[in-house]
Design a protein around this ligand. Structure first.
Ligand code: CA
Length: 234
């Protein structure tokens, strides 16, 4: 099935050019020309990737990004008119995955889109051969989470994770790209009744890194955000 891309851009000519080129590459393309339509379209079509302009009528791209990050796991590629450091910083804080500065070459743009879709295969739903049930699978490069079996595979080999390690990894992956505070992680993964402190989160992150990172001392998947918490990169 074709991957779905939502293009949000208020300049009609640019919107048309991007949509045309993505369609030609075989993607299923939806479009929106303002921030509110972007939210509606994302909620209706559940795209795999969103190309999101920053300066938009009604709601700007930062706001759209911030709202969508709380609702869904989607790759967001932002378009910025200026090569402005502030835009980049704000956008990353809002959870954007990447930036491209206008004007850009269509070839570079398409390469970037392709790379993102390859890097993160979002939730794939498949029919499990044994049970006949729909199974939910997240794949990030060589790391696979099978929610039905509560199994994690690294290079197709099962990893032995403790139940809380699995829950933590699932929570992180479901909020990929977002900075998650230790308090939030404790509340969502361990629950309100848990009396341990935020050290618990750090310890479990350390254990997870030892299992899923190539170099646990130099993590690329679970990133520490100083003074803020953790962020899952993919
Ligand atoms: Ca614009």
């Amino acid at each position: 099935m074709a991957e779905k891309i939502l293009v949000v851009e208020d300049e009609p000519a640019l919107l048309e050019t991007i949509a045309y080129n993505l369609t030609r590459q075989g993607y299923q393309v939806e479009t929106a020309a303002d921030g509110q339509k972007a939210l509606q379209a994302a909620r209706t079509h559940h795209p795999d990737l969103i190309v999101l302009d920053i300066m938009l009528p009604l709601l700007d791209g930062f706001e759209v990004c911030r709202i969508l990050r709380q609702e869904m796991n989607v790759t967001i590629l932002m378009l910025t008119a200026r090569d402005d450091e502030i835009d980049r910083v704000i956008g990353l804080e809002m959870g954007a995955d990447d930036y491209i500065t206008k004007p850009f070459s269509m070839r570079e743009f398409l390469a970037r889109v392709k790379a993102h879709l390859r890097r993160v295969r979002l939730i794939r739903q498949e029919i499990d051969q044994d049970s006949g049930m729909i199974k939910e699978i997240f794949t990030y490069d060589n790391l696979t989470l099978d929610l039905t079996r509560r199994e994690v595979l690294l290079n197709n080999k099962p990893l032995a994770l403790k139940p809380k390690e699995f829950d933590l990894l699932l929570f992180l992956t479901r909020h990929r790209g977002q900075v998650l505070s230790r308090t939030l992680v404790l509340e969502r993964v361990w629950g309100w009744e848990f009396s341990g402190g935020s050290r618990t989160v750090d310890v479990h992150v350390r254990w997870l890194r030892e299992k899923i990172e190539l170099d646990p001392a130099n993590p690329k998947r679970i990133i520490t955000v100083r003074g803020a918490g953790y962020r899952f990169e993919g």
